[in-house]
Design a protein around this ligand. Structure first.
Ligand code: GAL
Ligand code: MG
Length: 981
């Protein structure tokens, strides 16, 4: 066998004895079944299931004769062998997992040999053996005779094997190699895994048959007349019948070349109304059912239009990957992903960075999603091959293979496979030539080829880094990843030469706690006609499920956890969803930024609001109901409905009598949009602020002050406060003999860094996490109605000047009321602080919380679009957002007050200025020191942080730096609040 395995290090031998690639279809024996799941077809047999398996660590161990292989093991097909006990998964982003030495791959190239029996009875029909996805390449034998070879992990390869079959039992052998020359073109940021990971099937087909067909729909200028063209490649005559969605026959033609149908007043396909017609292609022995969407995609005046209407892609990037099954996607899993996308107001998906299983596209056709279909091409690792390990000015090593003649054939082949297979799918609105491979003549030729194969769709490619001056004007749009909205305003939208539309194929890197910048982008997307939309990176976290930890939490592994030497740690945990597909708060944030209707206030006294329908095609009223709630200080005081009758893209001012002339303190109205009872989004609008000023309730009374060299002790009837004379921190508060503080208070300027805190090294450099207090002076005076303690301190650790110089002042009133005041002067040169506030450690019995602020999800200054201001109640555990890589989470922004309770006692915070708080059973020290959530230990106390401000979260793990307005940059901070016990 081994001597026959001689193509996987040869970039000119990509496929050996495979059939010509063609549009995906499955023939059926009878027309009635033609639209059933393919498993129902008598011409189709799935060969999934248990296969005999033999794993070799190195190709050099593979036996020459198949008879000499002892198959002691079995493995499921489809599967990744790394998830079944052979080899281990490896996560790497950019870096190649093997030495860069094309077309060669390491000697120790692991091989999995798969064996399956196939029973054959000659019936005059051909047998076609199909593989829908094998990583990285494979050789096939039938009855020990070599059949062929193929590669491209995410492509279909078919072999015509009739001549190899014997009557009765036959043996199919497949040798799958972990690496091949194709590996250099499959350097996507993903878990590197191998094996037969998609379906394997056998087709039985008559010799005279349809080999391929291509459906094109043309729309007349007025979009009222459609022409459907079906071009056929067949060796027999064929009858093609067009049906409407309900199966009503519209027309029929016989041909073996081209059929044309005219449809008047056609239903047009879009993601919002995915209406499909049907055609059946019938030959003597076979029927093929095809659902077709009549739609046009075109750039008109720099705007990407579908059916003549400028659309906005509310997109996400999705890897075809799961925490339990690796690369294996079932229909159920795909349906669940698409349904969840639709629930989150997503209308477009980029199949980053390779074609998905064919069924995915059929589901997108039916359920309504626009697809950027991407070829299985990425050469990102080329950036590092000169061993510089850094981006140098002008060095665009990423494009190393983009103009390399040796890879021309392979790059074009991959893109050809993409287009050939998915050409009939209406959901596909653009072809993407791949990801992060730089630009050069190979891609130019590929783009030209695509434009010949398909005149109807747009061609997308993002990676424009070049080593030469190959012209790149062939692309229908400009695509970018992670530019800041500001840079687009100043750059792309100012550039008069550039007339093409813009898409961001990646933006808002959703890693960990984030993204915080969605709305900024969407403001610009709605402002700029040519801005066609953007795709969040990415859909899901890619932890690999490894069972339950002792504490019952699911264990997810990320890069390095399998002992990989080259890996990129938790950079694969960068999705909107947890590995089990539960949404992060970032997903909810996206949902509301992608909401279908937006509202602004026009006239407060008259109650006039402007409603904007962001649907591209439908009247908002046909889908949505709108209710509103008016709240005063968080309590609902009025509710009502608004009738929506707003055409797509239209704005309408609506006067709501009930909302005219209502006044109150901290008055908000929230409009909620629902589709069949399911909330699609909301807008909350501030109607009237409140001037807050807390007045202490405590009566005048006597304080006893006890001073020692260590501390001040201040007592009244019920309370005893202790303040350290070494630190000025409150070390104890006793209420009727019961201690309320588990530890002294602290001035806190740190948070457990989020994945997006690109600045965190700077914070660590000045030891923001372990500052020590230096006290210069402290005094205690009794005033008329309170005791005032004033101190002057600084906080620092090493290297630099103190990070903060602070004037501390406590005013202690009777009956458990303290006014906390700190005036901090922050070190110049420190870009921004994560937070500034006071940290309290109280008894862990304090579990219940009530707050008036942004909830119910965690909320930050730049991430609260899924939240609204109201009164919320929760348990401390509910506030915790359990990121797999622990980090700052669960804060609440924009609060007027918070009260925590142990059931019997309450501690409340009031502030005249809106503040943030965080209540947690985990300390920031614990969160920042653990690699995985299941390793976290709860604190013996409940930790309450009362923050003057918490910096935003942004998306700087890959995206731009946190926007300035969300950074805590102030150098003089006055933090004042009241605590009542
Ligand atoms: C992009 C790339 C993605 C992913 C992302 C970072 O550059 O296209 O595949 O690596 O960065 O998570
Ligand atoms: Mg990459």
């Amino acid at each position: 066998m081994r001597t026959e395995m001689k193509f996987h290090e040869d970039t000119q031998k990509l496929h050996v004895e495979t059939m010509q690639e063609h549009a995906y279809f499955i023939p059926f024996g009878s027309e009635e079944d033609a639209f059933q799941n393919r498993e129902k077809s008598s011409s189709f047999q799935l060969l999934n299931g248990e296969w005999d398996f033999k794993y070799y660590k190195s190709i050099f161990d593979v036996k020459e004769k198949p008879e000499d292989i002892s198959f002691e093991d079995v493995i499921p097909v489809p599967a990744n062998w790394q998830l079944h006990g052979y080899d281990k998964p490896q996560y790497t982003n950019v870096r190649y997992p093997i030495p860069f030495d094309p077309p060669y791959v390491p000697n120790d190239n692991p091989v999995g040999i798969y064996r399956k029996g196939y029973s054959y009875t000659a019936d005059g029909k051909d047998r076609i053996l199909g593989f829908e996805g094998v990583d990285s390449c494979f050789y096939v034998w039938v009855n020990n005779q070599f059949v062929g070879y193929s590669q491209i992990s995410h492509a279909t390869s078919e072999f015509h094997i009739t001549d190899f079959l014997l009557e009765g039992d036959n043996t199919i052998l497949v040798a799958v190699l972990k690496w091949c020359d194709g590996t250099y073109l499959e350097d996507q940021d993903k878990w590197r895994m191998s094996g037969i990971f998609r379906d394997v099937y056998m087709l039985s087909r008559p010799q005279n048959r349809i080999n391929d067909y291509h459906v094109i729909t043309h729309l007349g200028e007025d979009y009222k007349h459609a022409k459907i063209e079906v071009t056929i490649d067949a060796t027999t005559e064929c009858e093609i019948t067009l049906y409407d969605a309900d199966g009503g026959e519209l027309a029929s033609q016989r041909t073996n070349k081209l059929a044309e149908f005219n449809v008047e007043n056609p239903m047009l396909w879009s993601a919002e109304s995915p209406d499909l017609y049907r055609i059946v292609l019938r030959t003597k022995e076979e029927s093929i059912g095809e659902k077709i969407g009549i739609r046009e995609i075109k750039v008109i005046d720099g705007v990407i239009c579908i059916n003549g209407v400028g659309v906005k892609f509310k997109g996400v990037n999705r890897h075809d990957s799961y925490c339990d099954s690796g690369y294996v996607a079932t229909r159920e899993k795909l349906v669940a992903d698409i349904l969840l996308m639709k629930k989150l107001n997503v209308n477009a998906v980029r199949t980053s960075h390779y074609p998905n299983a064919p069924i995915f596209y059929q589901l997108c056709d039916e359920m309504g999603l626009y697809v950027i279909d991407e070829a299985d091409v990425e050469t990102h690792g080329c950036v590092d091959v000169y061993n510089t390990f850094e981006w140098k000015d002008g060095y665009n090593g990423i494009a190393l293979l983009a103009s390399d003649e040796g890879f021309e054939k392979a790059i074009i082949d991959r893109i050809h496979h993409l287009v050939s297979r998915d050409i009939n799918r209406p959901c596909v609105v653009m072809w993407s030539l791949g990801n992060e491979s730089g630009y050069g003549v190979n891609f130019k030729k590929a783009a030209e080829m695509v434009k010949k194969l398909d005149t109807e769709r747009l061609v997308h490619y993002e990676s424009m880094h070049k080593l030469d001056d190959t012209d790149s004007s062939i692309f229908d749009m400009v695509s970018m990843m992670y530019p800041s909205p500001e840079s687009l305003k100043k750059g792309f939208f100012k550039n008069k030469e550039e007339k093409r539309p813009l898409v961001l194929c990646e933006y808002c890197h959703a890693m960990g706690n984030g993204p915080g910048d969605l709305e900024e982008y969407w403001k610009l997307i709605y402002e700029e006609k040519r801005f066609a939309g953007a795709f969040v990176w990415e859909w899901c976290d890619h932890g690999i499920y490894q069972g339950k930890a002792e504490n019952g939490k699911s264990k997810y592994f990320y890069g390095g956890d399998f002992g990989e030497i080259v890996h990129d740690s938790n950079f694969c945990m960068d999705g909107l969803l947890y590995p089990d597909r539960t949404p992060h708060t970032g997903a909810l944030e996206m949902k509301n930024v992608y909401r279908p209707v937006r509202v602004t206030l026009v006239n407060r006294d008259k109650g006039i609001f402007k409603f904007t329908n962001t649907y591209d095609f439908i009247n908002a009223g046909t889908k949505l109901t709108c209710t509103y709630q008016v709240t005063e200080q968080g309590r609902i005081i009025k509710e009502g409905n608004v009738i929506l009758d707003i055409e797509a893209h239209e704005e309408k001012e609506i006067e709501i009598q009930e909302l005219a002339n209502i006044y109150g303190e901290s008055l908000y109205v929230r409009f909620i949009f629902a589709e069949d009872g399911f909330e699609r989004g909301f807008d909350q609008i501030l109607l009237e602020r409140m001037d807050r000023h807390y007045i202490p309730k405590g009566k005048k009374g006597h304080f006893e002050i006890c001073e020692s060299s260590e501390q001040y002790q201040i007592s009244d009837n019920k309370f005893k406060y202790t303040i350290s004379k070494h630190t000025s921190m409150v070390t104890s508060i006793e209420k009727e003999g019961k201690q309320l503080l588990d530890r002294p208070t602290e001035i806190n300027m740190f948070r457990a860094p989020t994945d997006n805190d690109g600045i965190k090294d700077k914070w660590y450099k000045i030891h923001l996490n372990e500052n020590k207090v230096k006290l210069y002076s402290i005094t205690c005076k009794e005033k008329e109605d309170c005791v005032v303690i004033e101190a002057s301190i600084s906080l620092g650790y090493a290297i630099s000047e103190p990070v903060a110089r602070v004037k501390v002042c406590y005013e202690i009133y009777q009956e458990g009321e303290i006014h906390f005041s700190t005036k901090a002067q922050i070190l110049e040169g420190l870009k921004f602080l994560p937070r500034y506030g006071i940290r309290f450690f109280v008894s862990k019995q304090y579990q219940q919380v009530k707050y008036y602020g942004y909830g119910p999800n965690e909320s930050y200054i730049d991430k609260h679009r899924a939240c609204y201001k109201a009164c919320f109640e929760a348990d401390v555990n509910e506030l915790f957002e359990d990121y797999i890589k622990p980090q700052e989470n669960g804060s609440h922004y924009g609060c007027d007050y918070v009260t925590i309770s142990d059931g019997a006692h309450q501690i409340s915070i009031y502030c005249d200025k809106e503040f943030s708080f965080n209540l947690s059973r985990y300390t920031q020290e614990e969160l920042s020191s653990k690699a995985h959530n299941w390793e976290l230990q709860k604190c013996e106390s409940t930790v309450l942080c009362v923050d003057y401000m918490m910096s935003g979260v942004g998306s700087n793990s890959c995206g731009p730096e946190l926007l300035e307005q969300y950074q805590l940059k102030e150098k003089q901070i006055n933090h004042n609040f009241w605590v009542t016990f």
